[in-house]
Design a protein around this ligand. Structure first.
Ligand code: TTP
Ligand code: MG
Length: 356
């Protein structure tokens, strides 16, 4: 059985604002469009849990939020700042995951089947994840743990805020049956509306629907709905945006056969690559150099280490060996490239403060 986690940050944009403006903590904080004294157009992006006590929610017109709590702290959306924090969160999470899938700015699935033996250990692991995020960013998150993405997502909703919820197979039925169908991850508003028209308001009711009935109404998607109503979801945690390699290339000002000049160019590129892999929390196994000759013919040579490394010295040692193997002919070189691949994540120690 798989062990899947869904990590979702609590009131993310507003929490980021509290981070840099500690004086607003404890007050209702609303991030979104300008309320303009109640005449503002646009909506609430999110708000903290203090504001939620007044009935304020994501997606609500900002004018309505203003009516509900005039003296709340209203702040504009600062995407760039939230993204920077998000990158740091994802970097930390990647270090804990086997397979990793970021689904939004503040949310990611992790397949941790290879990292922990059973669900009880997964709960301890989730605690570690929460601590690491708190330590690295100062922010709180909630974590749902279950056997698939659908259930992990729904467990996370129940864990909010600042919680961990484990949903075991034997508890699935009584957990999901009372929920309205639109709470099923993957069932959107339109589908939910159609299901309601068919007489299925809750997941429990939906689980009574026949497969054929759903398929004739929704096509192949009907089979998924049928499965979802039973808490079944076979979809994998997929590494999107997976970086396959990181590299640099440079053309010499004049074609050269000077080895020292080539080495110095490789060194510059190794420094740049080192910085990039550190920022992304990656390490490499394979080093490749590419050489382009004045007649534009190219060749590439690679060497693989027996271990993962994030050392620029090792990167450069391998590159120099490759260069020595391939420059015996004394032909001139027009352009040189250095690349690392076979990438894997590691649990780095860098703090968010280093990026700000
Ligand atoms: P969510 O994770 O849905 O919400 P949240 O993190 O603010 O609160 P929760 O504790 O319930 O998880 O969304 C993440 C961010 O995406 C949110 O902070 C702001 C942004 N967002 C919008 O801009 N508009 C929206 O309608 C929603 C739902 C989110
Ligand atoms: Mg969130």
């Amino acid at each position: 059985m798989r062990i899947i986690m869904l990590v979702d940050m609590d009131y993310f944009f507003a929490a980021c604002e509290e981070l840099r403006k500690p004086e607003i903590k404890g007050k209702p904080v609303i991030v979104g469009a300008d309320p303009k004294g109640g005449n503002g157009r646009g909506v609430v992006s999110t708000c903290n849990y203090v504001a939620r006590r007044y009935g304020i929610r994501s997606g609500m017109p900002i004018s309505m939020a203003y009516r509900l709590k005039k003296d709340a702290v209203f702040l504009p959306v600062d995407d760039k700042y939230y993204e920077k924090i998000s990158n740091e969160i994802m970097r930390i999470l990647r270090g804990f995951a086997g397979r990793f899938e970021q689904v939004s700015i503040d949310e990611a699935f992790m397949d941790v089947s290879e990292k922990v033996d059973n669900f009880d250990k997964a709960v301890d692991y989730a605690r570690e994840v929460k601590e690491a995020i708190m330590k690295g960013t100062g922010l709180k998150c909630s974590i749902g743990i279950s056997e698939n993405k659908l259930l992990a997502k729904m467990a996370c909703e129940a864990a909010k805020p600042d919680g961990i919820k484990l949903l075991k197979r034997e508890d699935v039925q009584k957990f999901i049956e009372p929920m309205p169908v639109d709470r099923l991850y993957g069932v959107g508003k339109k589908t939910a509306q159609k299901l309601k028209e068919m007489g299925y308001e809750t997941v429990g009711e939906l689980s009574k629907a026949g497969l054929m009935e759903l398929v004739s109404k929704f096509g192949v998607y009907g089979k998924e709905i049928y499965d979802y109503a039973r808490g079944i979801d076979e979809s994998e945690v997929v590494e999107n945006n997976e970086i396959k390699s990181i590299g640099r290339e440079r053309t010499f000002d004049a074609d050269t056969d000077n080895i020292e000049e080539m080495k110095s160019m490789l060194e510059t590129m190794a420094n740049e690559i080192k910085e990039e892999i550190d920022t992304k929390g990656l390490q490499f196994k394979t080093v490749t150099i590419k050489i382009r000759k004045p007649d534009f013919t190219e060749f590439m040579k690679s060497r693989s280490l027996s271990h993962y490394s994030n050392s620029d010295k090792e990167m450069l040692d391998e590159a120099f060996k490759l260069l020595a193997d391939n420059t015996g002919t004394k032909e001139k070189v027009r352009k040189i490239g250095l690349r690392v691949s076979g990438l894997a994540s590691y649990r780095g120690q860098r703090k968010l403060a280093e990026y700000m």
